[in-house]
Design a protein around this ligand. Structure first.
Ligand code: ZN
Length: 144
């Protein structure tokens, strides 16, 4: 933290990186971990929701301070012990340039899906959503 940044009430608890793990099918008495403020984070804007709907990795944004996070969900290990497999989830705070890269990757991916799978309408929405976020990031760069 530098330059007088204040800890955000909505996402400050996440910090630079947080990872949790839960059993895929937890027993009733098994403790369940969750990201404390995770429910407050959402897709950067509604146009990007469809793009990330089934993704195990996605871009999130804090509605309070505008910080971007990269969310990942994965299950390590093989399928030999399905009943006891663990689901890991992580959130990593992104710098503005990393967020820009993630947005540009989403746009490339959407274009590819439009070409390969015919998801033209979703790709059009994604492109608009990406433009919107890139504009917001561009404004942030300017001092004052
Ligand atoms: Zn925040």
């Amino acid at each position: 933290m530098g330059r007088g940044e204040e800890r955000c009430e909505a996402c400050g608890e996440i910090g630079a990186y947080v990872e949790i793990a839960n059993a895929q099918e937890p027993a009733a008495d098994e403790p369940w971990q969750s990201f404390p403020p995770a429910e407050r984070l959402a897709a950067p804007n509604p146009r990007l929701e469809d793009h990330y709907r089934y993704a195990s990795e996605r871009l999130l944004k804090c509605p309070a301070c505008g910080a971007y996070y990269w969310y990942c969900r994965w299950a390590p290990g093989g399928s030999d012990d399905v009943l006891h497999s663990t689901i890991h989830e992580s959130m990593r705070r992104l710098s503005d340039s990393e967020a820009r890269e993630a947005l540009e990757a989403a746009r490339r991916e959407a274009d590819r899906w439009a070409a390969e799978r015919g998801w033209v309408a979703t790709a059009a929405e994604t492109r608009l959503g990406v433009e919107e976020e890139l504009r917001a990031l561009g404004k942030r760069d300017r001092p004052g």
